[in-house]
Ligand binder design. Structure first.
Ligand code: CMP
Length: 227
């Protein structure tokens, strides 16, 4: 079954027996959302964790002035919504379906039952949270201290690291517009466009229909570190 196959690839089940996947799947609800649906908004009560089975989800926050900051894109079999589940507090950010999306939803009562039986699952969730905090520390450093060029390079490399997009013969294709690059990099759209043009002139990226082609990831790394 496709759900079990996707689940077994999730970091949630690292080191756990196949039985844990079956028990988990049996305790979840399957939900489908159309493209453009808001799964939940920042501040909503949150008592469930999600595992992405198909589709793509964007997590973002909005500033008081209405500017968006994209925090993450999630792809199968990634997990999100774990913060409210673990903390018993409202959602820390908004989740938006970028594509038609299928999700497994695990409510807190079932979560508490499952971790009694498979305690390693709780440790795996702690690992997921730690990895996100580690990545966020890097991001804070780049967004705080570095130039726009490094911020854009960081955003593009993060998308590649999270497998956002697809491999093509000439590089990695990222489906993205300049405004969204700005939302990720914490710059204005004009600045994001200026940097993309500069990277394009250096043949590090290429503008293609529907997005950007990352042609030279090594060169993008050197841009990241201001070399
Ligand atoms: P929760 O607060 O329940 O709802 C929003 C979810 O977005 C949150 O759980 C995490 O799963 C996810 N999230 C929030 N901030 C980040 C971040 N900085 N990086 C990756 N994922 C995040």
């Amino acid at each position: 079954m496709i759900v079990d196959k996707v689940l077994s690839q999730s970091e949630l089940f690292a080191g756990l027996p196949p039985e844990a996947v079956r028990v988990f799947a049996g305790a979840c609800q399957l939900r489908r959302y159309p493209k453009g649906a808001v799964l939940f908004q920042k501040g909503d009560p949150g008592d469930a964790l999600y595992v992405l089975i198909s589709g793509k989800v964007r997590i973002y926050r909005e500033s008081l002035a209405g500017k968006l900051k994209t925090l993450a894109y999630f792809h199968p079999p990634e997990v999100f919504g774990e913060m409210s589940l673990v903390e018993d507090r409202p959602r820390s950010a908004t989740a938006f379906a970028e594509e038609p999306t299928e999700l497994l939803v695990l409510f807190r009562d079932y979560y508490l039952q499952i971790i009694r039986r498979f305690p390693l699952l709780a440790h795996n969730i702690a690992r997921i949270i730690a990895a996100r905090l580690r990545e966020m520390n890097d991001e804070v450093l780049f967004l705080t201290f570095e130039e726009a060029r490094s911020k854009v390079a960081f955003a593009l490399l993060k998308l590649h690291r999270h497998r956002h997009g697809e491999p093509r013969e000439e590089g990695w294709f990222v489906p993205i517009v300049h405004q969204e690059i700005a939302n990720l990099a914490g710059t204005s759209r004009e600045t994001a466009t200026r940097v993309v043009h500069e990277l394009r002139d250096r043949r590090i990226v290429e503008s293609v229909p529907g997005g950007l082609l990352l042609r030279d990831l090594e060169a993008l790394e050197t841009v990241l570190y201001g070399i």
